[in-house]
Unconditional design. Structure first.
Length: 280
């Protein structure tokens, strides 16, 4: 872990004159939370309850820990087929969370999500209903959706002032850096506001591949990027990903939504040390 960070500081210092500097990246601010600025990622914590009562209990427990962003993983919710109920809960989450931005996510089973009874088309329609019927700030849209579905959600989201996170997940392995570069670039080409890649490492070399792809995306893309390797091997990317360009790190608030997530308290401690050591 230390060797990887030293490698970056020696070869890829963002204060050097090659590549695009962090200050030149496109950034945006949502209710005081700036995505795509500096080396300290924002911390996002998930809500993964199966019922409304559990979701709200998670929310209150998470708010005490002061996350920067909250993600509602609606694929865990057993009532996901009831659009009106989903919208009502999203509104309540937003009202309780106040100025903390909310990400609404329906993760498909093909990308590591929970089994749900909605088709891809129905999931897109539910996302669109969230955009038009609530004040949620972000929706997640997987790059594996059809181009028509992806464009449909982007159009509805942007018409209602909602940002789109284009995501790619591989829970089995880490593709080559060329493929990861393509996934990041595809997110921007499709009109998303943020590009997200999450992969499973089988070796430390895979972790370095993820770091390298993140650094490349940070230089080339005009939108913020989010990246992580999952599992125990990948935990280092959640702690040091910001140094390489990742804008958000997903942490355990009360329950985790993916393997390798680090408790929010530990992430805050690591981020403080990194900022202090790098002088940022």
């Amino acid at each position: 872990m230390i060797c990887v960070v030293v490698w970056y500081l020696y070869y890829c210092d963002p204060k050097d004159d090659y590549g695009i500097k962090i200050s030149e990246l496109r950034r945006f601010e949502v209710k005081g939370k700036v995505i795509g600025e500096g080396t300290k990622p924002l911390i996002c914590t998930p809500l993964v309850g199966k019922t409304k009562d559990v979701i709200l209990a998670e929310l209150f427990a998470v708010l005490i820990k002061k996350p920067d962003i909250i993600e509602w993983r609606a694929d865990f919710f057993e009532g996901i087929a009831n659009t009106n109920e989903v919208i009502a809960i999203a509104k309540e989450i937003k009202e309780i969370a106040g100025n903390i931005p909310i990400i609404f996510t329906i993760r498909s089973i093909r990308e590591g999500g929970q089994p749900i009874i909605l088709s891809d088309s129905e999931a897109i329609e539910l996302n669109a209903a969230i955009c038009t019927g609530t004040s949620v700030e972000y929706v997640d849209c997987e790059l594996s959706n059809t181009p028509e579905h992806f464009a449909q959600l982007c159009n509805v989201a942007h018409a209602n002032g909602v940002k789109v996170i284009a995501s790619f997940h591989n829970f089995r392995s880490t593709p080559s850096q060329d493929i990861l570069n393509q996934k990041f670039a595809q997110a921007e080409l499709k009109g998303a506001d943020v590009a997200k890649v999450a992969v499973m490492p089988q070796s430390l070399e895979d972790v370095i591949t993820l770091f390298s792809a993140t650094l490349e995306a940070k230089r080339r893309l005009k939108i913020p990027v989010i990246s992580m390797s999952m599992g125990g091997l990948g935990a280092v990317t959640r702690m040091f990903g910001g140094v390489f360009g990742s804008s958000v790190s997903f942490a355990v608030g009360q329950s985790s939504s993916a393997p390798g997530q680090v408790p929010i308290e530990d992430l805050n401690a690591v981020f403080h040390i990194v900022d202090k050591s790098m002088g940022v």
